[in-house]
Design a protein around this ligand. Structure first.
Ligand SMILES: Cc1cc2nc3c(=O)[nH]c(=O)nc-3n(C[C@H](O)[C@H](O)[C@H](O)COP(=O)(O)OP(=O)(O)OC[C@H]3O[C@@H](n4cnc5c(N)ncnc54)[C@H](O)[C@@H]3O)c2cc1C
Length: 557
């Protein structure tokens, strides 16, 4: 945590050096002592500290300076730091001006030059003021801050990316300057270009990223974006439960393992507000918690986790080459595809345009707090939609679930159905679907069709969360591994048809249980054709796959 600052300003260099020396001697271990030779120079420092969200405990200012007097400087500086203590340094001849300033600029004290010995004339006064300041002052947030608009898709994806990667950040909504003094002072300090380019991410060192890409954000938030080695025994693409389990087992059994994840470790499970059926957690656990624990475990065994997207695969003899979106390439002997699935898009007018501006795919946990006291609509009838409805019911005034079928019994676990029915602010509308989303810059209303009456109703809505099934992430593998008509990857027994091995298969054995049609390329979890789409089954497949990887490696290495 950055130390709070003591800022001293004087146009006389000798005096400035002397006061700085005395301040450092007594307060240097607890405070940062900064100095400036004029009021304008000091204001620059104050603005920079404010942008970085650093605190200032005390201004110790010469009154008589050319251009800008001490009192004039303070009048501007206290707008940004109203709680900082203010001490004016004056010559004997200026005592009257200093006394007048006590009211004008809220001066806490004035000191006469020279102040020797400081033990008698300086430190007792400052000790008291700093003690008062320290007692009243709340610690400042010192991590990444994101300034943007709640209804902007870019703001949503930045918040979502940081939250899911467990990077602490503070969200500042540009629309709340009236109620939030921090937002107000930031708006005043930033350039016009910054404000035009919202969302802006402000790093603790003051660097501002305007509308950063996910890769930029990953780089600046301290996530690893590049591989440290050119070659690995095992590369895993996808960091959901299946990929994480494979990473833990692979590295713990001595394989040099890299895991590439384009969004955040945890995958879909990381978005779940409460997983209640995972063995060993009788009262359930959040997906974020499960992901955090798994990442710690994987790192402990030495897995290298890279925040990047795999975009191409090339096979050359026993080597498999992966190209990342950055253009970087890495190679491995065994590759494990664990890329899971992503939300199926709802095809209705207005939905694509307003996605991120009131319409979200998945439970979008980062938006939950913003729905406090509002109506929330959730589309879908599977467990994910049920969990999201339960989660939002803690914040929203009312949660309306729009379910296409006439019951939840076949698509949702019974424990969740019971919870939904017992929650008074959740309403379930069966036989319904969204036919249009309305709004200029953000969602304002939705049109809902009832399939039994064919009636369409337009209702006001600010927040719509869509969870209507999922499609696999395999287009980038299309020409290499065999997939079914929906894009799920075939493995093991599914590849042998009419007793024949897959085309191009040259080994004198069948493809292993979780192996694709390319030897040494394995597939686990939701992306695998025929998989059971659950956390535990993904974890099981990821763990088991490592024994097949070992068998394969024993023949190629
Ligand atoms: C909201 C919600 C609630 C759920 N609740 C439960 C529950 O309570 N119990 C239960 O058992 N199951 C639950 N599920 C299902 C469960 O989460 C999934 O079955 C499980 O996450 C699948 O794991 P996976 O590792 O196969 O894939 P995923 O979790 O989908 O992870 C795949 C990962 O691969 C990454 N990726 C994809 N393509 C690339 C690429 N080209 N490069 C790099 N990375 C890539 C993705 O970003 C993603 O992180 C829930 C799902 C959701 C969405």
């Amino acid at each position: 945590m950055a130390k709070p600052a003591l800022l001293t300003v004087d146009d006389d260099r000798e005096v400035l050096r002397a006061i700085e020396r005395d301040l450092r001697r007594k307060y240097g271990s607890d405070y940062r002592v900064l100095r400036a030779g004029s009021g304008p120079e000091a204001l620059e420092i104050v603005r920079e500290l404010k942008i970085r969200n650093n605190s200032i405990a005390l201004f110790l200012i010469d009154q008589r300076m050319p251009g800008m007097s001490g009192v004039d400087f303070l009048a501007q500086a206290i707008d940004l730091y109203p709680d900082a203590k203010r001490v004016l340094l004056t010559a004997y001849a200026d005592t009257d001006a200093a006394i007048a300033a006590i009211n004008e600029a809220g001066i806490n004290h004035y000191l006469l030059k020279p102040w020797d010995p400081p033990e008698e004339n300086l430190y007792p006064v400052l000790d008291e003021l700093l003690e008062d300041w320290g007692a009243a002052f709340p610690p400042q947030f010192e991590g990444i801050r994101v300034l943007g608009n709640r209804w902007s898709p870019a703001s949503h994806s930045i918040k979502d990316f940081l939250a899911r990667n467990h990077v602490p950040y503070q969200w500042l909504d540009i629309e709340t300057p009236a109620s939030d003094s921090e937002v107000r002072s930031l708006i005043e300090l930033l350039d016009e270009e910054d404000i035009r380019s919202l969302p802006i991410v402000i790093l603790p060192n003051g660097v501002r990223l305007r509308q950063p890409s996910q890769a930029d954000l990953a780089e600046h938030a301290g996530l690893r974006t590049r591989a440290t080695e050119a070659f690995y025994d095992l590369a895993i693409v996808g960091g959901g439960p299946a990929g994480l389990a494979a990473a833990v087992y692979g590295a713990s059994e001595g394989l040099r393992t890299v895991m590439i994840e384009r969004e955040a470790p945890g995958g879909q499970a990381g978005m779940s507000s409460r997983i209640e059926n995972y063995l060993g957690f009788p009262s359930g656990l959040t997906g974020a918690d499960l992901a955090r624990r798994a990442v710690v475990q994987a790192r402990r065994f030495g897995v290298e986790i890279i925040s990047a997207e795999a975009t191409e695969l090339r096979v050359d003899g026993p080597y498999r080459f992966l190209k990342l979106a950055s253009g970087e390439e890495l190679s491995c002997h065994a590759l494990l595809v664990a890329t899971g699935v992503q939300w199926r898009k709802l095809d209705a007018p207005g939905v694509e345009r307003l996605t991120g501006a009131g319409i979200y795919y998945g439970a979008a946990m980062t938006e939950a707090m913003s729905t406090t006291g509002e109506d929330v609509y959730v589309v879908g009838g599977a467990n994910s939609a049920g969990q999201a409805a339960m989660h939002f019911s803690r914040y929203a005034q009312r949660v309306v679930m729009l379910v296409r079928g006439s019951s939840l019994a076949t698509s949702m676990s019974q424990y969740l159905i019971n919870q939904l029915k017992a929650t008074p602010n959740i309403q379930i509308e069966y036989n319904t679907s969204i036919v249009e989303a309305h709004g200029d810059n953000r969602l304002e209303a939705i049109s809902i069709r009832c399939s039994t009456t064919n009636e369409v109703n337009k209702v006001p809505a600010n927040s719509l969360f869509i969870m209507i099934g999922a499609a696999p992430n395999t287009d980038w593998l299309a020409n290499i591994v065999e997939r079914d008509e929906r894009g799920f990857i075939y493995s093991g027994p599914h590849l042998t048809r009419d007793g024949k091995r897959p085309n191009g298969w040259k080994l004198d054995r069948e493809p292993g249980l979780l192996e694709t049609n390319v030897p040494g390329i394995f597939v686990v979890g939701d992306v695998r054709h025929g998989s059971v789409k659950r956390v535990a089954s993904g974890v099981g497949e990821g763990s088991v796959a490592i024994s097949f990887v070992h068998q394969y490696l024993s023949k190629v290495v």
